[in-house]
Design a protein around this ligand. Structure first.
Ligand code: HEC
Length: 118
């Protein structure tokens, strides 16, 4: 899956989203290299293992809609295409993360790939 926003993600913002207990909530289920976060999840793969295994487009696709890969997954779909028409205003933009936040998270996860030489 290609970039949603067309502009590069910011790994620093992405890290903050992943570690956030309000927005990303990733650490409810996943663990990762966040020494400052005491409680991390053990329901899902450690994030740097996944980053070492998956490319940026593969990571993006899983964050956007994990149910495409596992219909029974407990992982929320973080991005819904905002192409709904004629919905009540309160249902507009109901994505958990917006396009740029998804790109920020992907940019951060890529930095966890230890075989990444850039
Ligand atoms: C409610 C639990 C939960 C939350 C919250 C969650 N995930 Fe997941 N995630 C899972 C589970 C469980 C899997 C394992 C595959 C499956 O069951 O879909 C997974 C799989 C993944 C994968 C693919 C792993 C692999 O190696 O194939 C990535 C990448 C991922 N999650 C990233 C994230 C990120 C980033 C966030 C936060 C923005 C997040 N997840 C939030 C439960 C969660």
């Amino acid at each position: 899956m290609e970039s949603l926003s067309g502009s590069p993600g910011d790994p620093v913002r992405g890290r903050a989203i992943v570690a956030s207990r309000q927005t990303g909530l990733c650490l409810l289920c996943h663990s990762g290299p966040f020494p400052e976060e005491r409680f991390q999840g053990n329901l899902a793969p450690e994030l740097s293992l996944s980053a070492g295994r998956l490319t940026a487009p593969q990571l993006r696709a899983r964050i956007v809609d994990a149910s495409r890969f596992n219909p029974g997954t407990i992982m929320p779909s973080y991005y819904k295409a905002q192409d709904l028409v004629r919905v009540a205003p309160k249902f507009v933009n109901q994505s958990i993360l917006n396009e740029q936040e998804i790109e920020d998270v992907v940019a951060f996860l890529v930095t966890l790939n230890k075989s990444n030489t850039q």
